[in-house]
Design a protein around this ligand. Sequence first.
Ligand SMILES: [Zn+2]
Length: 223
Amino acid sequence: MKKVIVLFSGGLDSTTMLYYARAKGFRPHCLMFDYGQRHRVELRYAAAIAQQAQCPYQVVALRLPWGGSALLDKEIKLPHRTIIDPTEIPVTYVPARNIIFLSLAASMAEAIDARAIFIGANAIDYSGYPDCRSEFFQAYQKTLDRGLKSGVQEKTIKIHAPFLHKTKAQIIRLGLKLQVPYERTWSCYQGARYARRPCGACDSCVLRARGFAQAGVVDPLLK
Ligand SMILES: [Zn+2]
C-alpha cells in the first residue's frame, strides 16, 4: 500500500480526508501540530481518531511566538459572525500556517518515502484564508517540484486537496458513507471553557452547523 501523509487536526475536514485516503487504498500517516493553538482539545481528539483508524501519527510541536492570530493569542477576541464573507480574511488567519505545515509534511514525506500529502482544505465553505485556495496549492506544488530532491529527480511529492471545491455538506455526506466518527471530531476554535461542547458561535462552528443542516443530518457531536 502506498504511504501518504495526511495533515491532521481532528476536525471535520481532515478526519473525512483521513478516511477518504484510507478508502482509496493508501496507508495514511497523520501529521499533527501542536503550534500554540488556543487549546489542546483538538489534539486529544485527533490522537484518539488516528488510533481508532489504526493510522500512525506524529505530533510536531512548534511555536510561533510572534502570534498575529486570534488562534494563537487569547487577547484577540474570536469573531462571532453569522454571515461569513470569504473575501474578508478574518483575525483567525494564522500567518503562513499552511506554508509551514506543508513544508514540514513535505520533509516528512521525503524522509519516510511517502509520495503524496493529503490536505482537507476547502475553498467553498471556508473563512477566506488565502492558503486554502487553489492558486496557493498550484504555486506550492511548483515549490516542491523545484525544491525537493524527489522533485528534481521527477518523483515529485504531490499535494492532494480533493475537498477544495466541495461544499461542507458534500464533505459530510461523503464522510457518512465512509463511516467517519463525526461524534469524535472537534472543529471549534474554543477549547478550554467548552471542552465538552463546542461554542456554536465561532466561524468554524458556524460552518460546521451549516454543513450538517444542508446535508440534512444532525451533528452527532451535538446529540
Ligand atoms: Zn466554536
